[in-house]
Each structure stands twice: as C-alpha cells, then as structure tokens.
Design a protein around this ligand. Structure first.
Ligand SMILES: Cc1ncc(COP(=O)(O)O)c(C=O)c1O
Length: 395
C-alpha cells in the first residue's frame, strides 16, 4: 500500500496521532474536529486569512539565495525567510489562522503555551489585533532565557503565567495550558503552537503553515525554473515549521526531506531533545507519537540550549516520516548549532534564532552535490537569543 503523509479522518499518520484526551476535554476537541475543515474552506475565511498574511504578516516571505553560504558548502542554498514575518518567526502563520477559527466558534478567551516565546508573542499579537483576552503559559526557565519575548507579550496585553513543575520548560507550560482548558471549556480556545496535540491540531497547524511550501514552489520556479528543490531542511521542536516546509513536497519522492533535532550536549549525554533517536511510542499532550521516556513510561526531561526545541516529543507526522524512512533525521548539538548561527551571521548578515541554527548545522552531517538545490527553513530571527549568543561566544 502506498504511504500517505496526510492525517486520516481520525487524525492518524500511519501509527501516530489520534486524540488521547481526558473526558472533560472531549466537547472542546470534538467541536474543533467537526468544524475545522469546513471553517477553513469557507471562501470568506480563506479571503480574510490570505489578506492578513499579506498585509499584516508581510507574506510572501522571500526565498533568498544565500550566495556566500552556498560557496562555503559547495551547493545551492536557498533560505525561506520566515524570520522576516511580523513578530519574527513562522509561528504567526498559525496564530492568524487559529484566531480566525476561534472567532468563528464564538470564543472570547485565548490560552497558549510557549517555549521560545515566539508562539506566545504571535498569540499575544493576534489577540491584540482582535481585542481578545490572552493568557500564555511559559516554563519558569524559559521566562528567564527568553526575557525579551516575555516583555513583548506583556506589552501586547497578554498575561504570562509561569509553569513551575518538571523541567520548567515547554512540556510543563503545555500541561498548565491543558489544565486551564479543562477548567474553562466553554469560552476558551487553546491555540497550540506546533504540529502536536490531539487531532485535529497537528493537521490544522500543518495546513496553516503549509503556506511556506506553497510559496517555495512558485518562488523556486521563478529562480531555478523548477518547482521542486532536491532537499527541504527544517529544525524540529514539535514540528510546525518543518511540517509547513515539507507539506507540498511530501508525496514527491524526488524531494528529500531532512529534519534536524536538538542533541543538546550529545544524543547519549542524558541532556538532549533528540526524540527520533531516543524516543519510543507513547502518548503526550493528546497524541500518540515518539516520546523520550523511561522504561516504565515516565517522560524524560528534555534539554536543549534552544527553548523552542526543548521538548520530549515530536508531532505525529514527523514520527511517521521517521518510521517510514520518508524523512532523514539528524541531531545537532548545542555547540554545532551555535557555531552554525554565528556562521550565518558572518557570511550572510542574518542572525538566526537558535532553533533555526540547528537546521543550519546540517552541513556538518550531510554532504550535498554542487548542483543540488537545498531549501532551508529560516524559521526565526535571533533577536530573542542575543543574550544566549553573547554569553556563549563571550561577545
Ligand atoms: C524560531 C523558531 N523555530 C523553530 C521552533 C520550533 O517549533 P516548531 O518545531 O513547531 O517549528 C520555534 C519554537 O518556538 C521557534 O521559535
């Protein structure tokens, strides 16, 4: 049977996905599941979404040929500049889509989780735009290492609530958000920030982010005379920028799919977030997926220098891409990512988010041919990470 890389009706990508939720969340998730495709396909919804992406976010984001980086690595490298979106990352593509869905469902309170703060900022931004109350859960450690984004969220009128349990990072913030949703089932929409969570979230988020690969196709046609690159490369936290970058190429085996995870201090150091290498099938935040866990099923605390990749699972699409071999997975250490971030800054004048720097470190592990066209998702800008870069390089 031919593999499919689309979610089926129950939200499964092969063996992964589904909706594993406490009974008290069932009405919220079911309301979303039964309406999301209909809402997204309404012409008036599409028109408002497209118009906001264009006039508010600033899409299409450029597809930039990185000449000096290409010379250095002896291949043709294009950067998909999601860092140039309003709020500085790909996350806003999804929050614009979901706030419009929330409005259609008559919700007047928004909750979100955030790791790097980019999704929190993108959520606070669209809530300000629509005049809707916004509460963002964020791990206490992330509040410290992503301070500029915390200030931005507050300035945008959002309330930032610290998550104090576990590793005090993204996983714990997500737990708090789910708890809030259980307590506020009627008026609240939970804007999940990655291609993770119970069905229909992974599919809905992937569809909103698929604007990335939709644009890559026509932009590459203009620049290279062909729609399909040889490879698409993206970093993976939960997997939303990756899912959007791969989406229109998933069923074309001529396009290689490369996923880059955070190896932290080394895959086997005990301080890592390399889920494909270390994970086993399990359930986290409402879906069945690969998950870092102990032999008796306790979730392992993840670690990465980058707050946005510091997560013990990956979205179900990515578990499927890994298991079927459709995607090639690599794990990049903190040190290699930081070095790749500095390299981009000095070769191309672009300071990337540390999450993105992981994708940029791919050239240590994978050799490309000189005429290969390699498109890398430049998922976000590095402003939020300046202090981490400064401390690391003693700038
Ligand atoms: C710039 C940037 N890239 C990547 C990620 C990872 O998220 P995802 O895997 O959902 O794209 C984040 C998460 O915060 C981010 O801020």
């Amino acid at each position: 049977m031919k593999n499919t890389y689309q979610a089926n009706e129950k939200g499964y990508y092969g063996d992964f996905g589904g909706a594993y939720i406490p009974e008290m969340l069932y009405p919220n998730v079911e309301e979303l599941r039964t309406t999301y495709l209909e809402i997204m396909n309404e012409p008036s919804f599409k028109e408002e979404f497209q118009q906001l992406l264009k006039d508010y976010v600033g899409r299409p984001s450029p597809l930039y040929f990185a000449k000096r980086l290409s010379e250095k690595h002896n291949t043709k490298i294009y950067l998909k500049r999601e860092d140039l979106n309003h709020t500085g990352a790909h996350k806003v593509n999804n929050t614009i889509g979901q706030i419009l869905v929330a409005k259609k469902l008559g919700k007047n309170r928004i909750i979100a989780e955030t790791g790097a703060g980019q999704h929190g900022v993108a959520t606070a931004t669209v809530c300000a735009l629509m005049g809707i109350e916004c509460i963002v859960y964020m791990g206490e450690i992330d509040i410290k290492r992503q301070a500029p984004n915390v200030a931005r969220m507050k300035m945008l009128g959002a309330e930032v609530r610290p998550a104090m349990s576990g590793s005090k990072t993204l996983k714990d913030a997500t737990n708090e958000a789910i708890r809030d949703w259980i307590n506020n089932p009627v008026d609240t929409h939970y804007i999940i920030g990655s291609a993770i969570g119970p069905h229909p979230y992974p599919d809905m988020v992937t569809r909103f982010q698929s604007v990335i690969s939709e644009e890559i196709k026509w932009q590459l046609q203009e620049k290279e005379g062909r729609e399909n690159p040889d490879y698409v490369v993206a970093c993976i936290g939960g997997g939303s920028n990756a899912a959007g970058t791969y989406y229109h190429f998933l069923d074309n085996p001529d396009v290689g799919i490369i996923a880059v995870e955070a190896a932290g201090k080394g895959v086997h150091s005990g301080e890592s977030a390399a889920t494909s290498q270390l994970g086993k099938e399990g359930i986290i935040h409402g879906c069945k997926t690969l998950l870092m866990q102990t032999d008796d099923g306790q979730i392992t605390e993840p670690y990465s220098i980058s707050a946005g990749l510091d997560y013990p699972g990956v979205g179900p699409l990515h578990s499927h891409l890994y298991k079927t071999g459709r995607g090639e997975f690599f794990s990049v250490t903190d040190d290699d990512a930081m070095t790749a971030g500095l390299e981009l800054a000095q070769l191309e004048g672009i300071i990337p988010a540390i999450e993105t720097s992981h994708a940029l470190a791919i050239f240590n592990d994978k050799k490309f041919a000189p005429d290969d066209v390699v498109v890398i998702s430049l998922s976000g800008r590095g402003d939020k990470d300046l202090n981490t870069y400064i401390d690391y390089f003693k700038l």
